[in-house]
Design a protein around this ligand. Structure first.
Ligand SMILES: Nc1ncnc2c1ncn2[C@@H]1O[C@H](COP(=O)(O)OP(=O)(O)OP(=O)(O)O)[C@@H](O)[C@H]1O
Ligand SMILES: [Mg+2]
Length: 271
């Protein structure tokens, strides 16, 4: 697998070459807060979060609908700005980045997978995967070759020329994963990536993400309502009332998670 590494931007974290067993922190949030205002109404889904994610971890974020999981991921991806507080990536504050550095961060440092794939339906699978490469100036031929390699890696070698709109939901999500990773990001953010899939397809997509997480030395954060998948990640955090709390890996099957019923934390005292 060829990973493009010709960037000169210093913000890019090179955690892929770092032993993930080191305890270095890839991502940290300090007093993170997000308030939305509409008219006279105000809502603060994220209300003072302090947490860190180590390189190589898979962390899932669970919590009732509307608690702010997507809002949090948007801020980690620099798609939205906090009302106050700071997100640090590789020790650098995202708030200190210039517009050009933020664009580079979104394109190169972070891979995003959403519940709905957001593929361009009239373009082929390979063209969709090649898009982030084209955005950063890779030539079309090289971009399509690299896209083809990634499609092979996600099990779609025979579908590169298929229009994205003609693929099944599970196949579309595979394309979206390839597109998220084609620029070799250090951080994979997935927002309910299996939410639109049947149980078997959800399992396949989760297993694919876990495999790629290991083989590409990623750090992965997964927001999900699927507790059986969440408990297979290294660490489960619950987002409720604007705060994150560790919930451990002992979620009780179908029961709604709550801090009060949380089992032992894998890393006590750390969020
Ligand atoms: N751009 C916005 N403007 C106003 N309110 C917003 C905006 N984005 C999100 N919200 C509100 O913030 C709260 C958190 O929304 P968010 O989408 O982050 O929740 P969620 O945990 O991802 O929910 P779900 O599990 O259903 O995906 C909700 O009350 C939502 O209405
Ligand atoms: Mg959401």
């Amino acid at each position: 697998m060829q990973t493009q590494t010709n960037s000169s931007v210093a913000i890019l974290d090179d955690s892929r070459s770092v032993d993930p067993r080191t305890s270095a922190i890839l991502l940290r949030c300090d007093s993170l807060r997000k308030t939305f205002r509409s008219g006279t109404q105000e809502i603060t889904p994220i209300d003072g979060l302090d947490f860190s994610i180590e390189r190589g971890e898979t962390v899932s974020i669970v919590g009732p609908s509307g608690t702010g999981k997507s809002t949090l991921l948007h801020m980690l991806a620099a798609l939205d700005t906090p009302t106050s507080g700071t997100v640090y990536f590789g020790g650098n504050s995202l708030q200190s980045f210039s517009e050009a550095e933020l664009a580079e961060y979104r394109n190169r440092a972070v891979g995003l997978v959403w519940q709905r794939h957001h593929l361009l339906p009239d373009f082929t699978a390979a063209e969709n995967v090649a898009m982030p490469l084209l955005v950063r100036g890779v030539g079309l031929g090289q971009a399509l070759r690299t896209a083809g390699e990634w499609l092979a890696e996600v099990g779609l070698a025979s579908r590169t020329e298929q229009r994205a709109g003609e693929l099944s939901g599970g196949e579309q999500q595979r394309v979206a994963i390839a597109r998220a990773l084609v620029n070799g990001p250090a951080l994979l953010l997935a927002d309910e990536p299996t939410g639109d899939l049947d149980e078997r397809s959800a399992e396949n997509i989760f297993e694919l993400m876990q495999r790629l997480h290991g083989s590409h030395h990623l750090t992965s954060i997964l927001a999900t309502h699927n507790l059986s998948l969440a408990r297979r990640t290294d660490r489960v955090l619950i987002l409720e009332h604007g705060k994150l709390a560790p919930i451990g890996n002992t979620l009780a099957g179908s029961a709604a998670p709550s801090v009060a019923s949380a089992g032992p934390t894998k890393t006590p005292g750390r969020v």
